[in-house]
Write a protein that binds this ligand. Structure first.
Ligand code: MN
Ligand code: MN
Length: 468
């Protein structure tokens, strides 16, 4: 009887699969993840907007032996590292491989924009001796989460003479911050009857920026004038210059360890800087790869990858075209032989809200990088559904490198869904699959990830970039 039982157990172990905690499978990864994530937190704090991440990344690339690619007349040797900065809002970095480009490249695509409150073109107004800024939210936010949280202001403004001013206020020690107000509970009886989606409305996301009047009492709107005076002294701008600006209000909170065991990181913008950072590290560290590696940090994913810095535009394919031209490679063959990891976060199972997930197919914190065969909504609408061949190729690389990976669907079938850039890459005849870090509280001002998953995602990109 005893012997029979152990044979059954043996068979069970052989035929079934149980997704285990990374710390149980690879105890040594706990310390490695802890160390790896220290610099990730710096990366999060250095770049709160797509422009800041692109600028910070360009510095990192230059420090690591990359040079700017020339679009015409450049030539690239195997092992060489090059980059291209697209309009200061998206970055492409590549390491030239030993194989000819006709055999394809290894693409890793992540996005560096995150949901936030953008200022409207005419944002500044005064009401009852208070100065406020009108905002227009960017990306899928739950609006009620953005009230009464400290906000910092980031971006660029062009003056009438065409000169540029960079703004970053609310991040440094001693800086003021800003905030969206909300009602006190005593007077919220009517507001409490609204649905949660309507808790704060779009036109209620107004940011408080001042309350002192300009001293001369003969004029109207003195608080607004005082704010304009301060802005003019600091940045040399006038009210009209807001119309030629990109100013983004984001949570002023810094990335920080979460939990008594410090196993997680709480921060604004893990989506998708956690995949951007891990892919970038793998790209930087790769030496003399077989296939050319290309790491793309794109903008505008959160609003549908539109515009010249989003993946729906041709900017990535122009870059690949320039590489092909320089080597005299066949561009179509290069695309057809390319493999791509579309790197984006997935929704992790939340024990407080289990009902939105289908437990057998959800992703979980600390169980590894998520390989997402398809996203989409309802009947897989709008997804790239990776082929079994591509799943086999990618998971084969991960298994060979000892990378712990899990699968993950974005919630129950009929509840909602989401999309990534995978479809735009697939449209160019490229095999692609989604991969990334499981996240809690996605798109909120304070998202959570587990350090072990961040580390495993980095190991996944490392394995992919170095694949033979
Ligand atoms: Mn994302
Ligand atoms: Mn997102």
């Amino acid at each position: 009887m005893e012997k029979e039982k152990s044979a059954a157990k043996e068979l069970q172990e052989k035929l079934t699969f149980t997704q285990r905690h990374i710390a149980d499978v690879k105890p040594e990864a706990v310390k490695a993840a802890e160390e790896f994530c220290e610099d990730y937190k710096n990366f999060l704090n250095a770049g709160k907007t797509e422009r800041e991440v692109a600028a910070h990344t360009e510095k990192i690339l230059l420090d690591n032996g990359y040079r700017a690619m020339q679009r015409i007349g450049d030539s690239f040797k195997a092992g060489e590292k090059i980059y291209y900065n697209n309009r200061g809002k998206a970055i492409l970095a590549a390491t030239i491989g030993k194989k000819p480009l006709d055999e394809g490249v290894r693409l890793m695509v992540a996005h560096i924009d995150s949901p936030r409150l953008d200022l409207k073109p005419n944002p500044l107004y005064e009401d009852n001796d208070m100065a406020l800024l009108k905002t227009h939210y960017y990306g899928g936010i739950r609006k009620y989460q953005w009230g009464v949280t400290p906000l910092s202001l980031h971006g660029v403004i062009y003056r009438a003479d065409g000169t540029k001013v960079e703004v970053r206020i609310g991040e440094d020690e001693g800086d003021p911050v800003f905030c969206v107000t909300d009602l006190l509970p005593h007077l919220a009886a009517e507001q409490n009857k609204r649905t949660l989606a309507d808790g704060l409305r779009g036109e209620e996301l107004n940011i408080v920026v001042g309350s002192l009047p300009y001293e001369d009492q003969d004029i109207s709107e003195r608080v607004k004038l005082r704010i304009l005076q301060l802005l003019n002294e600091k940045y040399g701008i006038t009210e009209r210059d807001f119309t030629r600006a990109e100013l983004e209000a984001v949570p002023a909170v810094k990335a920080t360890d979460v939990g008594f065991d410090r196993s997680m990181i709480g921060s604004y913008g893990h989506d998708d800087r956690v995949c951007a950072y891990t892919a970038l590290q793998a790209e930087i560290e790769v030496r003399d790869p077989e296939y050319t590696t290309v790491c793309i940090l794109a903008d505008k994913e959160e609003i549908g990858s539109t515009g010249p810095t989003g993946l729906e535009s041709d900017f990535v394919f122009h870059f690949l075209g320039y590489l092909a031209d320089a080597q005299g490679a066949n561009y179509k063959m290069m695309l057809q032989n390319t493999k791509c990891l579309s790197a984006d976060v997935n929704a992790a199972f939340d024990p407080t809200f289990p009902d939105v997930m289908e437990r057998r197919n959800a992703s979980y914190l600390n169980r590894g990088v998520v390989v997402t065969k398809y996203t989409g909504s309802r009947g897989k609408g709008g997804t790239n559904d990776a082929t079994a061949e591509m799943m086999s190729y990618v998971t084969g690389i991960l298994d060979a490198a000892g990378v712990i990976w899990q699968t993950g669907e974005l919630g129950k079938i009929d509840l909602g869904g989401g999309g990534t850039v995978a479809q735009y890459v697939a449209n160019r005849d490229i095999d692609v699959v989604d991969i990334g870090v499981p996240v809690l509280c996605m798109h909120s001002p304070f998202e959570l990830v587990a350090k072990l998953d961040v580390y495993m995602t980095y190991k996944a990109f490392e394995a992919f970039a170095n694949a033979k």
